[in-house]
Design a protein around this ligand. Structure first.
Ligand code: ADP
Ligand code: RBF
Ligand code: MG
Length: 382
């Protein structure tokens, strides 16, 4: 399908309605921590695998699911009142998902009317967003779960948001991470972009008009909204982040299967960083203790082609080495994004795409915007 046809198939919108938890805020870690603490008081152990049961639910519904699943000796109301203060204590620690701040700033700068519609109570919403500069003033409308008769998956909240924005539902673009939220948006007859917050779930989101992997992949022009202007030569500049450690053995296939060696490092101590960053293809600079600083392109994620069980980072240094360098200290500064991870019909097409990524990174890293990081002291260990 050509680019042009694709655009004409999607309905054009005039405003955006956003979900909060899991969509703009990375709430998952906090939820896990709170449930771990409270369940242990009942002699139970939180198993992250239940996370999908609570995503997108109202606090009461989520608590009810936990009380039932873990057969707790308390009522749902009691459980809610026990965990509520634990959550309130954590709100100051919730980070924005990558791309959330950028999106809100962009919509505000371009005068696109924006609403926030969350199943959380209004008071919690206000508290959570108060820790993020400029967020509150980005929304012309804020609606909490306690301000409508029924929360998502009922469309009430989105219909109320449209009314307060003085927009037709068909002119609204909903951005949602959860299934109840996607359902609510479609019942409200709005356009819906799903950004699943849990991995390997995108097949469940068929009802959405588009499923993307992270906010970094949002293309507003598809919906008739002003496009982001920060992409440079196929790359999106990011706030730098840093990761390093001795090179360890990886899956044993980079060189053998693909002809593309990737120098793996241990993710011990970096699990939060790894969880924070969406899967995808990134680039930056790599420092090797005794060899110098090199251009680098890497994937983060589950390598859909190989369907790995673990999320890893796979850094390919854009330099020809005559030997392996296992055990050497590798330092990475990651400064840009290229694309989301995808599956490929053939190994050849995966290899071709990775080489294309390499060329994009190679060229971009010459730009002053990116080349300045080559001198970052973090990269030099000797
Ligand atoms: P594994 O991932 O199983 O450790 P690979 O086949 O991916 O094995 O090879 C990775 C190793 O190859 C790195 O740990 C490093 O020692 C070596 N290597 C050689 N050239 C490069 C390069 N350009 N980029 C990354 N690693 C390289
Ligand atoms: N694996 C995938 O399954 N899908 C991808 O889109 C993908 N993109 C990659 C991009 C780069 C720049 C690199 C270095 C690797 C990528 N890989 C991808 C991972 C590749 O499958 C990985 O290097 C091997 O699995 C090594 O173990
Ligand atoms: Mg490797």
């Amino acid at each position: 399908m050509t680019e042009k046809m694709e655009t004409s198939l999607t309905k054009l919108v005039r405003c955006v309605i956003l979900d909060l938890d899991g969509t703009l805020l990375n709430t998952d870690g906090i939820v896990g921590n709170v449930l771990k603490v409270q369940l242990s008081r009942y002699g139970k152990q939180w198993d992250g695998r239940e996370a999908h049961k609570i995503v997108g639910k109202t606090p009461f519904e989520a608590a009810a699911a936990i009380v039932e699943d873990y057969q707790l000796s308390c009522s749902t109301i009691e459980f809610v009142s026990q965990i509520s203060p634990l959550f309130s204590d954590q709100w100051c620690n919730i980070k924005a998902v990558p791309g959330a701040h950028r999106l809100l700033k962009h919509l505000k700068n371009h005068g696109v009317p924006t609403a926030l519609a969350s199943n959380s109570p209004r008071e919690s919403i206000e508290a959570k967003i108060s820790y993020h500069d400029g967020w509150k003033s980005s929304f012309s409308v804020i609606i909490g779960g306690d301000e409508v008769r029924t929360g998502k998956p009922s469309p009430d909240m989105f219909l109320e948001a449209a009314e307060r924005l003085r927009m037709e539902p068909s002119s609204c673009l909903v951005i949602e991470d959860s299934l109840p939220g996607v359902t609510a948006g479609k019942v409200a007859e709005m356009q819906v972009v799903a950004v699943p917050s849990l991995p390997k779930q995108s097949h469940l989101y068929a009802a959405a008009d588009e499923v993307i992997n992270s906010l970094l992949d949002l293309r507003l022009e598809k919906w008739g909204l002003p496009p982001f202007e920060d992409w440079v030569d196929g790359t999106l500049p990011l706030d730098p982040w840093y990761i390093g450690g001795p090179v360890i053995k990886g899956f044993g296939r980079g060189s053998k299967v693909l002809g593309i060696p990737t120098a793996n490092i241990s993710m011990k101590g970096y699990s939060d960083l790894l969880a924070e960053h969406p899967s995808g293809v990134y680039f930056g600079w790599a420092g090797l203790s005794s060899r110098g600083v090199f251009k680098m392109v890497m994937s983060i994620g589950w390598n859909p082609y190989f369907d790995n069980k673990e999320k890893t980072i796979e850094p390919w240094l854009l330099h020809k080495f005559d030997e392996d360098f296992y055990g050497e200290e590798l330092r990475l500064v990651i400064i840009g994004y290229i694309r989301s991870e995808t599956n490929f019909p053939t190994l050849e097409s995966l290899i071709a795409k990775i080489h294309e990524d390499g060329e994009i990174a190679e060229k971009a890293l010459e730009l002053p915007l990116y080349s300045s990081y080559k001198n970052d002291p973090y990269l030099r260990t000797s």
